[in-house]
Design a protein around this ligand. Structure first.
Ligand SMILES: Nc1ncnc2c1ncn2[C@@H]1O[C@H](COP(=O)(O)OP(=O)(O)OP(=O)(O)O)[C@@H](O)[C@H]1O
Ligand SMILES: [Mg+2]
Length: 312
């Protein structure tokens, strides 16, 4: 069973691309087959995957505008990395060209339906706006993962984003879900960050991932080398956080598949704490992430349970 996840937040610089690139790499390290789609004309995910956006010969533009197949348009920067549908500033022209096309919001969905069984996960890095490209992602996606930077205006744009997803659910994609809200660039020493994090949990409860991505300089350095955090420094706190996130997502999906397979009367309520991690990687990462937490994040803030807040 494959899962298509759009990583979106119209607010800029909240960690969408960092999450797409490193969650993809974490899933690859768990032996998942992953396709990363760069749907942002900035081409940051493309560069972060080690593909020079100035030398992109084929990619997502060709799929959306010219109807090229995903298999033909995808490429890999290296062995044991995810497949990539690359992007660069040409994609801005695609926005214009799509406007004149029939079923313009269905272009990505139509292309992905033909290949989705070839992948376990398809992750889509959306641009920082709710435009036709993001709409294509929402129509194609099974779920939306929303990175949120815990700062003053974090909650402001969220309702517009969730309303857009709701609109898509009511019209073209009735099955779309919220995969989860992911707290990014978290610093437990920052009082405001801790408060916003608590507000998120208050408003969105279970929809907030237990995994928290800490502010970690290795995550910021990795893209300048064209490497994911798994290749750049797989023992960093950033790497462990994205491994924990991958584990959280894989386990949740396994639970959902399991409960669909059961008749309703036989389904037992799933207890998170009794949950068996589906891979050793996820297991290891959970423990290690807890160990690697800055003590300030756990001791200063009684409102956050450290184990719960950082691992899955
Ligand atoms: N956990 C982190 N720790 C430290 N730096 C981070 C972290 N996550 C992201 N960054 C840095 O913050 C900046 C913005 O991150 P990123 O590009 O992932 O955001 P984005 O939401 O994709 O931005 P845009 O809206 O422009 O597409 C980048 O310089 C990135 O390296
Ligand atoms: Mg980005």
């Amino acid at each position: 069973m494959s899962r298509i996840i759009a990583i979106a937040n119209q607010k800029g610089g909240v960690g969408k691309t960092t999450t797409t690139v490193n969650l993809s790499a974490a899933l690859v390290s768990m032996n998942k087959r992953v396709l990363l789609i760069d749907l942002d004309p900035q081409g940051n995910a493309t560069m972060g995957c080690g593909i020079d956006k100035h030398e992109v010969e084929k990619g997502i533009f060709d799929v959306l505008v010219d109807g090229m197949s995903v298999n033909e348009a995808q490429q890999k920067a290296a062995e044991n990395t995810c497949a990539v549908l690359a992007a660069n500033s040409d994609l801005t022209a695609a926005e214009v060209e799509l406007m004149d096309m029939d079923e313009r919001e269905q272009r990505l969905n139509n292309a992905l339906q033909l290949v989705r069984q070839d992948y376990d996960f398809i992750l889509i890095d959306c641009p920082p706006s709710l435009n036709i490209l993001t709409l294509n992602a929402f129509v194609a996606a099974d779920s939306v993962l929303v990175p949120v930077q815990c700062e003053y205006y974090a909650l402001e744009g969220l309702s517009a984003l969730l309303e857009t997803v709701e609109g898509v659910r009511e019209s073209v994609n009735p099955d779309i879900e919220i995969e989860g809200l992911l707290r990014t660039m978290y610093d437990g020493r920052n009082k405001l960050g801790v408060e916003v994090s608590a507000q998120l949990i208050e408003h969105f409860g279970e929809q907030v991932f237990k995994t928290v991505v800490p502010r970690n300089v290795r995550l910021a350095e990795a893209p300048s080398h064209g490497l994911s955090i798994m290749e750049y420094d797989n023992t960093s706190r950033g790497a462990l956080a994205y491994l924990a996130l991958a584990g959280e997502i894989v386990r949740k999906l396994a639970r959902a598949v399991h409960s669909v397979a059961q008749t309703p009367s036989l389904v037992e309520p799933a207890a998170d704490s009794a949950d068996t991690p589906s891979t050793e990687v996820a297991n290891l990462s959970s423990a290690e992430v807890a160990d690697s937490l800055p003590s300030t994040a756990t001791t200063d803030q009684p409102s956050l349970n450290d184990t719960e807040s950082v691992n899955g």
